[in-house]
Write a protein that binds this ligand. Structure first.
Ligand code: ARG
Length: 457
């Protein structure tokens, strides 16, 4: 493509280190679309003849058909998807192929292709996350009344409902979707027409390619347009944060599935056995989701570090932008699908959850709240009194509500028998009816709001 200036061809190592075709062939669809938009614009603006444009468009369609059936050929001499396609075009239609690259550089071409690819990836992630949200809402609706221990520091804190717990993840995914949505909006400016770095002297119409490719506007500065990879970083940021949420959810399932907890039976379809221990059912899918989050965060770090030292405009380091984005997209897609299956098909052992909620003095706060409400004791003092009751119950090895009234009165004689109903786990969750709280009525409101957001009834 550039032989004119060179006396010798590239060495074997130059060819190998330079080749991006092994991975950037994933851009072939976007590359063909962008080339078709470009050549239609060139013809419209009188920069290439209508006949040549028709030849080029026909050739590009034919190449797309070939790629679809046979895959993209990997010839390192052709370096990347752009030159692979252009070289095939020349084989198919001859000299006219050489007119396609008028008023264009691979620098604006690759930025355009990669943006289009990332935009598609965002749309796919969004659909996957919506499915995960539907699974969460469905299971939350079924379990608005199921009581489990809520934890802080992974120590029993207060009883909560399983529906409430699941809806917490719905909220995280809602923010993830909004981050991807923001990334998509910010991305959607067309670099095509920026050429190598400085723009072009040909009378091109950037609005025309902008429209054809579904962008909102042309980019405003050609130097920025060819050296900008913020869109890929925005995608990776959103992907990393989403992966982090999936990893936390996976971690919950892993803990819940362990025998001492026994809160869930994971679906067989998302578990594996052991080659030596016949009893084992291991949460491998969840563990891999947790592991993949680390790799996705690594992808973000990788591209940030690649970009941080680059002067304007394009530098070849930027060819390394694609593998981390492709890898993150693949890992994230798998992780979303695995967690969607996990949420949809896990058996929640609500009996075990409830039993666990009744241990660990989960309703101690309810005793303190009762003292404040019924005996008008300042909360700090009520906290202290309750602490003494917990200490006694713990030393006797019984639950709070198993202490006798005499024992409670010996700690503080303002306590009367009216306290007992407040100490049940049902009363505890029902009492937490503040907006967004764990009370079943509040969980039902959260579920209804979410279902409306998702357009399900
Ligand atoms: N394969 C290159 C990449 O992915 C295309 C752009 C090449 N531009 C250049 N000036 N060498 O970044």
């Amino acid at each position: 493509m550039w032989g004119g200036r060179f006396a010798e061809g590239p060495s074997a190592i130059m060819r190998e280190i330079n080749a991006s075709i092994p991975f950037d062939k994933a851009l072939w669809r976007q590359d063909i679309s962008a080339s078709k938009a470009h050549v239609a614009m060139l013809a419209h603006c009188g920069i290439v003849s209508r006949d040549d444009a028709r030849l080029i468009e026909g050739g590009l369609d034919r190449i797309a058909g070939e790629y679809e059936i046979n895959g993209v050929p990997e010839d390192w001499d052709l370096e990347d998807i752009h030159m692979t396609t252009e070289s095939r075009l020349a084989e198919l239609i001859g000299a006219a192929a050489g007119r396609l690259h008028t008023a264009r550089s691979r620098n604006d071409q690759v930025a355009t292709d990669f943006k289009l690819w990332t935009r598609d990836a965002i749309d796919q992630v969004d659909a996957g996350l919506a499915a995960l949200q539907r699974a969460l809402v469905t299971r939350a609706a079924e379990n608005a009344d199921s009581i489990m221990p809520g934890f802080t520091h992974l120590q029993t804190a207060q009883p909560v409902t399983l529906g409430h717990h699941l809806m917490a993840y719905y909220e995280m995914i809602r923010r993830d979707r909004s981050r991807f949505h923001d990334a998509r909006q910010r991305l959607n400016q067309n670099p095509l027409g920026s050429a190598a770095l400085a723009g072009t002297g040909f009378p091109i119409d950037r609005d025309m390619t902008t429209q054809a490719l579904g962008f909102d506007a042309p980019t405003r500065n050609s130097l920025d347009a060819v050296s900008d990879r913020d869109f890929a970083l925005d995608y990776l940021q959103a992907a990393a944060q989403c992966a982090l949420h999936l990893s936390r959810l996976a971690e919950e399932f892993i803990i819940w599935a362990s025998q001492p907890f026994g809160f869930v039976r994971m679906p067989d379809t998302l578990s594996t056995g052991s080659s030596i221990m016949p009893q084992k059912k291991n949460p491998d899918a969840a563990e891999l989701v947790r592991g993949h989050a680390g790799r996705i965060i690594g992808c973000l770090t990788s591209l940030m570090v690649s970009m941080k030292g680059l002067p304007l405009a394009y530098s070849k380091d930027m060819q390394d932008d694609k593998p981390p984005v492709f890898e993150a997209a693949n890992l994230l897609g798998l992780s979303i699908a695995a967690m969607t299956g996990m949420v949809a098909d896990t058996t929640f052992r609500t009996d075990k959850m409830r039993q666990a909620a009744e241990m660990g003095f989960a309703t101690a706060t309810d005793l303190a709240d009762w003292l404040v409400r019924e005996a008008d004791i300042p909360f700090r003092e009520a906290h202290h009194i309750t602490g003494a009751a917990v200490k006694l119950a713990e030393s006797k090895g019984v639950a709070l509500e198993k202490l006798s009234l005499e024992e409670l009165k010996a700690i503080d004689n303002r306590i009367d028998e009216g306290v007992y109903p407040a100490l049940s786990v049902e009363a505890s969750v029902a009492a937490r009816s503040s907006l967004g709280g764990t009370a079943p009525e509040q969980v039902r409101i959260q579920v209804a709001t979410a279902a409306a957001e998702l357009g399900i009834t």
